[in-house]
Design a protein around this ligand. Structure first.
Ligand SMILES: *Cc1c(COP(=O)(O)O)cnc(C)c1O
Length: 813
């Protein structure tokens, strides 16, 4: 659809009087990192609590973006691009979406509810796509920002839209209704969980159902509480209320299959659903009712529902064979989700070599040559080294690209391709469901035991932005990724931070810095404990040493002279009260002598470390440290040509003493979601979740004992589960013997007796569970901080203690 800037301008309340040249808008963007066509882009600078898009404008102008919708024009950029100034950029984005939506007339399914929105949307897309050209929200784009972005995916060939809408506060749904304009409403599920943003359940229902204001029909599970707020016609279903339009009964056939019988509206038929959990059965039922409403034949419904599959809601990076990194996106293949996956690939790539395994691409509407042209340019823009194209269609269209290998189907690829030739590369595996790319993932994945530490990269970005919001935008940020990113993962986290424009990384030892450089990290890295023997290597890898003693400085200067380098960046550490490392004031005269007129090095920063930033009862001492630091710095700079930047705050320092931020702050534990006080943690999201499974369950009789040294004596017959994780994985022994527990299906299972090296046993007498079920060792519900407190340690020790043999999996929602 062609639409121009002038069209958009006419819908906005614009504050400035500039005459804008017109251009065809190809692409609307809010994220400076994912841009495909820069000159055709209109960028909306959104302002969130912790994020301000205006900060990225300068960078975007350099990339060729010329048109911006902003709330203010950054001072030094006035004549460098065209700025459309509005009062509120989010509202402007929404208005633009409403304008765009109104260019199209076709039925649209609008989905809301507390859970299941994305699953129902993806399933409906799968079920209906043989008959419609569908446009849908990518991933879970259902927010005030996500919905407008989804709408811009519509083109003139679509004849059905499926969009999800999610809200977190009053007043939001009304906007989403205007943007989506659904004709068919779907209400998936109502959770009665208390929600702080709504006064009570009634208010929440009223708000959610505002999506259905103008629907021709709304489909939902029978529920009088919800129905009373819907004024449009409704069609209801129920497993227990026979007044519903469709009444259902279910019959579990096997552990993977449920048969349901549906009666109502003169119909009576059975459908097999390939799931047995309640949520999936209800989501599938919602889809069946939608198909009935769209007049599908019973036999088509029966056939297609049987092919439903579990949906992975997030992109995952997994360790692959031969040191490869796999990005698993093996259930959908459309242009929009391909772009999202390519962004993730760019962020996560461990190796410079990038491969994509791609199936035929399905995108309602676009003619194939146009579609594959877009796909080809996305692949080229992202500099993919090798494309493995699988499918009858795709191979015909991507021939023009260099480095394409094609196969007619997945089976042929698995049989003919030498899989062992994948080595040291990052591989994006992206295919539509019917290509069964999950089989490719299975063979390429490194085999490991069942324990994983999952790291939520979105939560990490959230936490970073929270601490940034405590600092002035001018203050630089160094993030500490020492000790393997506090146990969470080295390069994966460094990559994300680089992507988020942090200024510096901090590591403990030269080796850690070297491995980050080898993985392609380019931003400055400071090394806290450089050993004299590592100076040569540090210079070779562009790592900046912390210098904390006169002997260290002399040793570094010697190497610098030998290599005849100039202005090498170093950082001086001052001891102001921690008494660990650093220069003391009596060393100042000698230090000044060494630095004066010294061209081999450049003092980039001078810093110190607070001993008690987490405890405000030590406020006076902290102030003393700060004053000592200032004094030292002021004396030192008299001999320097350039003024080095200053920094003293760590995580708790940023939280408790932001007025000491100076020119940089050093963020550590808070990024990983485990800050030092409840007040701080309230603002953070959980990053790491340690999971395992149940290996075996047994009944143990009264009088027996459990585990080593007979530490737990059974007093009453009990059910005991064994979990394959122990102290060698980093679970502290102090967490055993009745102190600690794990979570199984959200219920507490106390740890029985001593924790073993590779296993532990828990009481599951009152928990309904089976071997193979997932268990949580720590995460959002059972936090690292809780474990730390009860085992007399700190979150830092628990996180960094998780053994390297535990597989790390990184994901984005
Ligand atoms: C580890 C470290 C930090 C980060 O500390 P957190 O308490 O994790 O924020 C900051 N500065 C130095 C010198 C460190 O060693």
């Amino acid at each position: 659809m062609n639409y121009t800037l002038q069209h958009i301008i006419s819908t906005l309340d614009i504050k400035n009087q500039e005459n804008f040249p017109d251009f065809n808008v190809d692409n609307i963007s809010i994220d400076s990192r994912s841009l495909q066509n820069n000159s055709g882009t209109l960028f909306f600078a959104l302002k969130g609590n912790n994020h301000d898009g205006h900060q990225f404008i300068e960078q975007l102008i350099k990339k060729g973006v010329a048109f911006f919708v902003v709330e203010y024009i950054p001072n030094h950029l006035k004549n460098k691009a065209h700025f459309i100034v509005v009062k509120n950029t989010l509202k402007a984005l929404q208005k633009t979406a409403i304008y765009y939506r109104n260019l199209f007339q076709f039925p649209t399914i609008g989905i809301t509810g507390s859970n299941g929105k994305t699953i129902v949307k993806e399933w409906l897309n799968f079920l209906l796509s043989p008959n419609f050209n569908i446009v849908r929200s990518p991933k879970s784009y259902n927010s005030q920002v996500g919905v407008p972005l989804s709408i811009f995916g519509i083109n003139e060939n679509h004849n059905l839209g499926i969009f999800e809408a999610g809200i977190s506060q009053k007043g939001e749904m009304e906007k989403l209704q205007e943007i989506i304009q659904p004709t068919i409403g779907v209400f998936t599920h109502l959770s009665s969980a208390h929600d702080e943003s709504f006064a009570n359940l009634d208010e929440k229902i009223k708000e959610k159902t505002a999506l259905f204001k103008k629907c021709e029909v709304v489909l939902l599970e029978k529920n009088a509480e919800v129905e009373k707020y819907i004024s449009s016609p409704i069609i209801t279903w129920s497993f227990d209320n026979n007044k519903a339009d469709y009444f259902l009964s279910k019959n579990t056939k096997s552990n993977k299959l449920t048969e349901i019988e549906i009666t109502g509206k003169n119909l009576d038929f059975k459908v097999s659903i390939p799931f047995n959990d309640e949520a999936s059965i209800k989501n599938a039922t919602t889809c069946i009712i939608a198909m009935l409403y769209l007049k599908y034949e019973i036999k088509d419904i029966q056939e297609r529902i049987q092919q439903l599959y579990p949906i992975e809601l997030r992109l995952q990076a997994k360790k692959g064979i031969n040191n490869c990194l796999l990005i698993d996106d093996s259930y959908s293949s459309d242009y929009q989700s391909l772009q999202i996956a390519l962004d993730f690939l760019e962020q996560q790539k461990l190796h410079s070599k990038k491969t994509i395994i791609l199936s035929d691409v399905f995108q309602g509407g676009l003619p194939l040559n146009e579609l594959y042209q877009k796909v080809a340019s996305a692949i080229q823009n992202n500099k993919i080294d090798r494309v493995i194209a699988i499918g009858e269609t795709i191979s015909g269209y991507l021939n023009e690209l260099p480095n394409v290998i094609s196969f007619p189907n997945t089976n042929d690829f698995l049989k003919q391709f030498n899989l062992n030739s994948f080595e040291n590369e990052t591989i994006l595996i992206k295919g539509a469901r019917n290509f069964y790319f999950d089989e490719i993932v299975v063979v390429l994945e490194e085999k490991n035991h069942e324990t994983v530490l999952e790291i939520n990269l979105d939560a990490l970005s959230h936490n970073l932005n929270f601490y940034k919001s405590k600092l002035s935008p001018k203050t630089k940020i160094m993030v500490m990724v020492k000790a393997f990113g506090y146990g969470n993962g080295g390069y994966e986290i460094a990559k994300l931070l680089e992507h988020n424009n942090v200024d510096y990384l901090g590591v403990a030892f030269a080796d850690e810095g070297i491995s980050l450089r080898k993985a392609g990290i380019k931003i400055p890295i400071m090394v806290l404990n450089p050993e004299n023997s590592s100076f040569h290597a540090m210079i070779a890898y562009d790592l900046e040493p912390e210098i904390y003693s006169l002997t260290g400085l002399e040793a570094f200067l010697k190497v610098a002279k030998q290599q005849n380098i100039t202005s090498y960046p170093i950082h001086l550490k001052v001891d102001t009260g921690m008494h660990r490392l650093g220069f003391e004031s009596h060393e100042l005269p000698e230090l000044k002598k060494l630095l004066k007129n010294n061209n081999f090095i450049e003092v980039k920063s001078v810093f110190s470390h607070l001993a008690a930033s987490d405890d405000i009862t030590f406020k006076e001492f902290t102030e003393l440290q700060f004053n000592r630091f200032e004094k030292f710095y002021n004396e030192l700079i008299s001999v320097l040509q350039k003024k080095p930047i200053r920094h003293i705050l760590n995580t708790s320092g940023i939280f408790n003493y932001p007025h000491y931020q100076m020119e940089m702050a050093r963020l550590g534990i808070g990024l990983y979601g485990a800050g030092n006080s409840d007040n701080e943690n309230k603002n953070l999201q959980n990053v790491s979740t340690l999971k395992s499974i149940i290996s075996q369950i047994r009944t143990v009789e009264n009088g027996e004992s459990i585990g080593y040294s007979r530490k737990y004596l059974v007093k009453e017959k009990m059910k005991v589960a064994t979990i394959p994780i122990g102290y060698a994985d980093g679970i502290r022994r102090g967490w055993g013997n009745g102190v600690g527990y794990i979570l199984i299906h959200n219920q507490k299972a106390p740890i029985l007796g001593n924790i073993c090296m590779d296993m532990l046993m828990v009481d599951v007498t009152s928990i309904n569970c089976n071997p193979g079920d997932e268990v949580i060792i720590f995460g959002e519900q059972l936090t690292v901080n809780e474990i730390a407190e009860k085992t007399n340690t700190i979150s830092y020790e628990i996180l960094t203690g998780i053994s390297q043999r535990v597989k790390r999996v990184f994901y984005k929602n």
